[in-house]
Design a protein around this ligand. Sequence first.
Ligand SMILES: *[C@@H]1O[C@H](CO)[C@@H](O)[C@H](O)[C@H]1NC(C)=O
Ligand SMILES: *[C@@H]1O[C@H](CO)[C@@H](O)[C@H](O)[C@H]1NC(C)=O
Ligand SMILES: *[C@@H]1O[C@H](CO)[C@@H](O)[C@H](O)[C@H]1NC(C)=O
Ligand SMILES: *[C@@H]1O[C@H](CO)[C@@H](O)[C@H](O)[C@H]1NC(C)=O
Ligand SMILES: *[C@@H]1O[C@H](CO)[C@@H](O)[C@H](O)[C@H]1NC(C)=O
Ligand SMILES: *[C@@H]1O[C@H](CO)[C@@H](O)[C@H](O)[C@H]1NC(C)=O
Ligand SMILES: *[C@@H]1O[C@H](CO)[C@@H](O)[C@H](O)[C@H]1NC(C)=O
Ligand SMILES: *[C@@H]1O[C@H](CO)[C@@H](O)[C@H](O)[C@H]1NC(C)=O
Ligand SMILES: *[C@@H]1O[C@H](CO)[C@@H](O)[C@H](O)[C@H]1NC(C)=O
Ligand SMILES: *[C@@H]1O[C@H](CO)[C@@H](O)[C@H](O)[C@H]1NC(C)=O
Length: 780
Amino acid sequence: MSMDTHIHNHVALFSFIIIFHLVSSTLSDQNSNNNYIIHMNLSAMPKPFSNQQSWYLATLSSLLDVTSNQVTTNNDNNLNYISSSKKLTYTYTNVMNGFSAILSPLELEALKTIPGYISSTRDYPVKPDTTHSPQFIGLNPISGTWPTTRYGKNVIIGLIDSGIWPESESLKDDDMPNIPSRWKGQCENGTQFDSSLCNKKLIGARFFNKGLLANNPNITISMNSTRDIDGHGTHTSTTAAGSKVDGASFFGYASGSAIGVAPHAHVSMYKVLWEEGAYTSDTIAAIDSAITDGVDVLSLSLGFDDAPLYEDPVAIATFAAMEKNIFVSTSAGNRGPVLETLHNGIPWVITVAAGTLDREFHGDLTLGNGDVVTGLSLYPGKFSSEKVPMVFMNSCDNLKELIKVKNKIVVCEDKNRTLGVQTDNLDRAKVVGGVFISNSNEDIIYFIQTKFPSIFLNPINGELVKDYIKCNPNNPKTSMKFNTTILGTKPAPSVDSYSSRGPSHSCPFVSKPDITAPGTLILASWPQNVPATKLQSQSNLFNNFNLLSGTSMSCPHIAGVAALLKEAHPNWSPAAIRSAIMTTSNMLDNTKELIKDIGNDYKPASPLALGSGHVNPNRALDPGLVYDTGKQDYVNLLCALNFTHKNIMAITRSSSNNCSNSSLDLNYPSFIAFFNNASVVKSNVVVTQEFQRTVTNVGEEPTIYVANITPIEGFHVSVVPNKLMFKEKNEKATYKLRIEGLRMEENNKVVFGYLTWADTKHIVRSPIVVTSINSELTPP
Ligand SMILES: *[C@@H]1O[C@H](CO)[C@@H](O)[C@H](O)[C@H]1NC(C)=O
Ligand SMILES: *[C@@H]1O[C@H](CO)[C@@H](O)[C@H](O)[C@H]1NC(C)=O
Ligand SMILES: *[C@@H]1O[C@H](CO)[C@@H](O)[C@H](O)[C@H]1NC(C)=O
Ligand SMILES: *[C@@H]1O[C@H](CO)[C@@H](O)[C@H](O)[C@H]1NC(C)=O
Ligand SMILES: *[C@@H]1O[C@H](CO)[C@@H](O)[C@H](O)[C@H]1NC(C)=O
Ligand SMILES: *[C@@H]1O[C@H](CO)[C@@H](O)[C@H](O)[C@H]1NC(C)=O
Ligand SMILES: *[C@@H]1O[C@H](CO)[C@@H](O)[C@H](O)[C@H]1NC(C)=O
Ligand SMILES: *[C@@H]1O[C@H](CO)[C@@H](O)[C@H](O)[C@H]1NC(C)=O
Ligand SMILES: *[C@@H]1O[C@H](CO)[C@@H](O)[C@H](O)[C@H]1NC(C)=O
Ligand SMILES: *[C@@H]1O[C@H](CO)[C@@H](O)[C@H](O)[C@H]1NC(C)=O
């Protein structure tokens, strides 16, 4: 499993590496005991057992009998019961019927023969993914969604993350309403954490590490409580629901008031991402608890790559959440810009891509001739106003030469996407300062946080500096100045390069991602004793706010928006809220052109990068029509994926899944059609794909909606009927969308367009993707 934080600074990079280290070390010990997650068939539970836990304990103790070499007497039963309780790491009741336990290979084999056993999976490690943004998405105190929804009052957002820093100013509860009486959660005591640290903002704090310990019995937990010593969870939770804090900044950059998307929503933290690693069994246990506690919205900035739905713990656990009407926001992952890299391609959650804000952080060079040249910088320190000699070192690939000029400001030119090597070399050489000339914005975001003073110039400004050095060969000089924040930069938003792209092979027939939200250089709260960044002297710099990038950051934005919508429309299903967010999103940037894709040369972003568009919470409040989807619709989809009965049961937990209406055509607010070679036999034969959708009128009545379709190159797209009349609120209407064309010759081609339904007040837009990417499912 992965935390979807982008590589933004050394702190988060560190935890990323630890997690992968644990992955490799735990997968190597094939023959020893391992922690497993076991799905059981509750219908097969023998009558005498009063609850699931006692059944599982008895099952485990019978395994010990079977696998023990010694003769067991009756007297040993009690002993076995004790050792079986030691083996049981969790009992799950909401998200699945089953448990996790430490088992030897022999015990696992014995378990497979026990009545009620369905399936088991190894307890795999979790991979975690990484303000101005509320304003950027249009939230304001004067009008629209914030005042209408009372800032998300009475809504509880649960986060599955690295814990929380309870002293954060963003968690103060001065303006907070009382805790809803339905809340059943807890604020658990632990190391440096006791229940008095919770308040009306932070209403729940729990931690889950039994799986981590079961897999790594010899490790010591450095902070055995919900306290966050990584920073990720503090950042994501305050992004979703942080209280307003004035005077926030990252060492002067991005200064202003920091506020979460749903500032009056309550927060409950479930810690599963540990410095020492993170595991599936803990993640499932956390989601199980969140459901019992009564959260309304879940935010999961983490995911599992390359798992089929019935083995993906997020997919399994969130199905139960969906059934309980809990909205689930997940991160798409940070493996872009390559297609087919997305995780959390789960039909019953929303999957969030990451975009940029209209904000840049600048530094200035003042050259010896008085010219001022501006570039990007996030350097948190100061620089003397004296001018320092500078030198041009081409591609800065020779460390020995760089050390010779370390007392100068070194200028490097990145012609070959080697910015990582260049920044690393200048760091090793311990130069006074660095200037990097690069046209690769997608690389700059990775490397901008250098430990030494640095400025990143575009090639045009880079030429100015190179010309100046050429014309003043004897003594070129410059000074550096930092700490400038520019707002209103264009174009914005754009989909950032790192954001993972669809389609997802978990279920390619549902187009993913669903939506884009701000994810790049997002300012939010940070633990005060976790370094926010480092300087060259190896000294740590601390700050109560930090700028992070990743789909980890965009995901809690959507959790916050869902909390606002939940307050306004308490009876809407998670699918209706998702539909409202998707169909009302923006497709244009602040230059009034289609939102661009930084990972694809700033070409218009396809729905496989952007989803439906960039979130617009004010419009989402009143979507007009929604595409609603319920449990049986998802079951119909799982049936059509040809999953076995057991596979489906692992997700739905029900042994009576009715597959009589099996269908890949989920009632979803987007369309994806596969026109690859596999789907047809012969070329020059027109292929037709048809989709059926049912929309529900949640706007005014009576009203008439008219369809409009943007043309898709090479295809004929039609909709029948092209007018929908509604006499009443909550009335439903059904239409068919038909796509006709020849199979696509070129591999991995993606074309797209949009279907909009409009009445006098609403525009309900759905993206349509036609692609030759293959639609194979992830193998088990
Ligand atoms: C679950 O148990 C019930 C009752 O024993 C049985 O009818 C059903 O087939 C079982 N389901 C699976 C998937 O094993
Ligand atoms: C962590 O804390 C819990 C509850 O306070 C306790 O039961 C457990 O033994 C502790 N684990 C470790 C490894 O210290
Ligand atoms: C948690 O700690 C507080 C303060 O130390 C104490 O009053 C409370 O009883 C503890 N709660 C539990 C469940 O141990
Ligand atoms: C854990 O520690 C025990 C005792 O020191 C040792 O025998 C065992 O090999 C260790 N296990 C691992 C996985 O390192
Ligand atoms: C950054 O600039 C702001 C004013 O624009 C100033 O208040 C702040 O002190 C500066 N911060 C640093 C670290 O220089
Ligand atoms: C770019 O990198 C490639 C492969 O490493 C190398 O062959 C080529 O010479 C480099 N080009 C420049 C301009 O450095
Ligand atoms: C499911 O199986 C049927 C019958 O073999 C096949 O036609 C269909 O393409 C399969 N569906 C998927 C999603 O693989
Ligand atoms: C599935 O549901 C239909 C009606 O909705 C019913 O006729 C059929 O018997 C059910 N099949 C199973 C296997 O339960
Ligand atoms: C299958 O579809 C039919 C017709 O729409 C409906 O009557 C029936 O209830 C559906 N069955 C299930 C199990 O959803
Ligand atoms: C589709 O057909 C074309 C032409 O026959 C071929 O070049 C291409 O590789 C095929 N693509 C796939 C995905 O099979």
